[in-house]
Design a protein around this ligand. Structure first.
Ligand code: SAM
Length: 277
């Protein structure tokens, strides 16, 4: 299994010229791919969901790490290359042709816990990220998310209150998960290189704070960051009970959303209960 052909050769042999429409920027550096695959820890025997394997660079790193990989790819041109890779790792790779945005991932993984690793087009990656982190049901079936993002988006995910990049995405990623910037990746690592720099974010789920509705928290951050330059007394005016909750918690209503910590948003959501659902 160590004598796989270089990915560049696989791409050439299967005619996988990168498609702009599908947001394809491939990673060919096997050392870099092995480092990304190592971020969740020991994957020997673990179930992994990979979204957008393309020609299979990250996939082969995951298979070499001993993972059992289910890969969802919507570009059918990539399927023969992936099938060939699967033959080198018997029983370890399941390929699903389809749009990951339209599939129920828990069902795809047959209800068993899994790690997610993915290098996706940035718009698809953000949509899936929000989906994986949303909903009332917690803990999620996924154990960790290891995802490549445009560097600005990665900074928004790990930002703290007071940072320019702090906003809804940070609260979503941090209120019941731990999110860290695991690796910066230069644009030149991709073929073809995208215009922007990238970074890998690693997220693990944490305990859900008691007495907090995800929907209420979402409603609060939507209102607060919808008018992020306004004072809370203005931006939260339309959220029933929010101004009373600010007063009860001693949060100054002249502050702006960008200064309100994740813990303060959680406390506010708890004070509001499920009224916003
Ligand atoms: N993982 C490979 C790598 O690192 O070299 C390919 C990365 S490329 C940026 C993104 C891949 O995601 C492409 O193969 C593309 O066809 C696939 N893709 C794009 N949108 C998708 C979707 N909605 N569902 C599944 N795959 C998708």
């Amino acid at each position: 299994m160590s004598d796989l052909p270089p990915i560049r050769e696989v791409i050439q042999r299967h005619g996988l010229a990168a498609s702009k429409a599908l947001g394809q920027n491939f990673l060919l550096d096997e050392q870099l791919l092995a480092r990304i695959a190592a971020l969740p820890g020991d994957l020997a025997g673990a179930q992994v969901l990979e979204v957008g394997p393309g020609p299979g660079g990250l996939t082969r790193a995951l298979l070499r790490a001993g993972a059992r990989v289910t890969a969802i790819e919507m570009d059918r041109r990539c399927l023969p290359a992936l099938a060939e890779l699967g033959e080198s790792f018997p029983g370890q790779l399941t390929i699903i042709e389809g749009d990951a945005l339209k599939l129920d991932h828990n069902a795809v993984m047959l209800g068993a816990p899994f790690h997610v690793l993915s290098n996706l087009p940035y718009n698809v990656g953000t949509a899936l990220f929000v989906r994986w982190l949303s909903g009332e049901s917690w803990p999620p079936l996924w154990q960790s998310l290891t995802l490549m993002f445009q560097r600005e988006v990665a900074m928004r995910i790990v930002a703290a209150a007071g940072d320019d990049a702090y906003g809804r995405l940070a609260v979503l990623a941090q209120w019941r998960s731990d999110a860290r910037l695991a690796m910066k990746v230069h644009r030149s690592a991709f073929t073809p290189p995208p215009k922007v720099m990238s970074a890998v974010v690693h997220v693990t789920s944490a305990a859900m704070p008691e007495g907090v509705s995800a929907r209420t928290l979402e409603r609060l951050t939507e209102a607060a960051f919808g008018q992020r330059r306004k004072m809370l007394r203005q931006s939260l005016k339309g959220v029933p009970g929010a101004l009373d909750a600010l007063a009860a918690l001693g949060i100054d209503e002249t502050r702006r959303a960008e200064t309100v910590s994740v813990a303060e948003f959680v406390a506010l959501a708890r004070a509001l209960g499920c009224r916003q659902s």
